[in-house]
Design a protein around this ligand. Structure first.
Ligand SMILES: [Zn+2]
Ligand SMILES: [Zn+2]
Length: 348
């Protein structure tokens, strides 16, 4: 075991505090990563505050991790000391089910092992990326191309793949009209990636306050959902709508914006069901779908795509003592567009 610095939630209601945690010894197929940067995802906050159910404390969160390989197990072949690597939302899966065998570990039928707050194979609870080091099986470690700025690479491991996967699956590209609902951490990556894929991108946001940003990320159109004219003007328009908003929305209105065979995909997770009137699906043979992160293979594909197209998240770099303030700002949507922790400050 190895004791490493971390920031942990002591309970659902207290601020995160500096602490130390134990990391397992490097096994034959493990990689020890010295974490350099860790993104702050909204899921981190939901998890530590118990919004998605009770968890064990203290808990370290963070599933947007980049760093350097500093030690490898005897049987490791994919990574070497000195490599720049990343870890996202999962650190293992059953590897035996139909979906795992198909290379879709994110849809493991037994449930993949999440990077934090999950029961690991050894029975311990996984601890995430707000720490100086992590030990991960080599199969769940990604290569982060040098073209992507180090500190900006971290959010690709959750926000990047969560939006890339549905865009790729539903064939966003030249000739396709894509709408992105919400311009936050996920939404701004969806805009950049969809535009790089060659799609025509429209942002649907409550107000026009981030319009200049949206257009600079590659959108060609930007509409306020608070304006009734938006719904009339954009009716039957889109081949694909990516919803990144986790608040309740009026599905009838959004589905009415889909063109023939269009699909509405939610990557945002509203806590309550979203009621759908089936008649709205009959028109234009519309589909309502969901998507959850991406496989390891697809995550590598996304990283390589971002390197090739010069895409990186917009970030605000923070030190460890700013994490609690950052949480409050995430909750009030006051971040452009992702906080990233400089993990060198965790030891301070
Ligand atoms: Zn996340
Ligand atoms: Zn499986």
């Amino acid at each position: 075991m190895r004791t490493v610095h971390a920031y942990a939630a002591p309970s659902a209601t207290e601020p995160l505090v500096p602490t130390t945690i134990e990391r397992r010894d490097v096994g034959p197929s493990d990689v020890l990563i010295e974490i350099r940067y860790a993104g702050v995802c909204h899921s981190d906050i939901h998890t530590v505050r118990g919004d998605w159910g009770p968890i064990a404390y203290p808990q370290v969160v963070g599933h947007e991790i980049v760093g350097e390989v500093v030690e490898v197990g005897a049987e490791v072949t994919k990574h070497a000391v000195g490599d720049r690597v990343g870890v996202g939302c999962m650190v293992n899966s059953c590897r035996e089910c139909e979906n795992c065998k198909a290379g879709m570990e994110n849809y493991c039928l037994k449930g993949n092992t999440q990077t934090y707050a999950a029961r690991d194979r050894d029975g311990s609870i996984t601890q995430g990326g707000y720490s100086t080091h992590i030990v991960v099986d080599e199969d769940f470690v990604l290569k982060v191309p040098a073209e992507i700025p180090y500190e900006a690479a971290a959010p690709l491991l959750c926000a990047g793949i969560t939006t890339y996967s549905p865009l790729a699956h539903w064939n966003a590209g030249p000739g396709k009209k894509v709408a992105v609902v919400g311009l936050g951490g996920l939404g701004h990556m969806a805009v950049k990636i969809a535009a790089a894929m060659g799609a025509e991108v429209t942002v649907l946001s409550q107000t026009l306050s981030k319009r200049d940003d949206g257009l600079s990320f590659g959108a060609t159109d930007y509409h306020a959902t608070s304006d009734d004219a938006t719904w009339r003007e954009l009716r039957n328009r889109f081949d694909l709508i990516i919803n990144t908003v986790s608040a309740p929305i009026d599905m009838r209105k959004y589905l009415s914006l889909l063109a023939l065979d269009g699909t509405f995909v939610s990557v945002g997770a509203p806590p309550e069901p979203l009621p759908v009137h089936v008649f709205t699906l009959f028109g234009n043979r519309r589909s309502f779908a969901g998507s959850s992160i991406g496989s390891i293979g697809e995550t590598q594909e996304m990283l390589d795509f971002c390197a090739e197209h010069g895409i990186a998240p917009e970030i605000e770099l923070i030190s460890a003592d700013q994490i609690n303030d950052a949480y409050e700002r995430v909750l009030s949507s006051d971040v452009r567009y992702r906080f990233v922790i400089d993990t060198a400050t965790l030891a301070g």
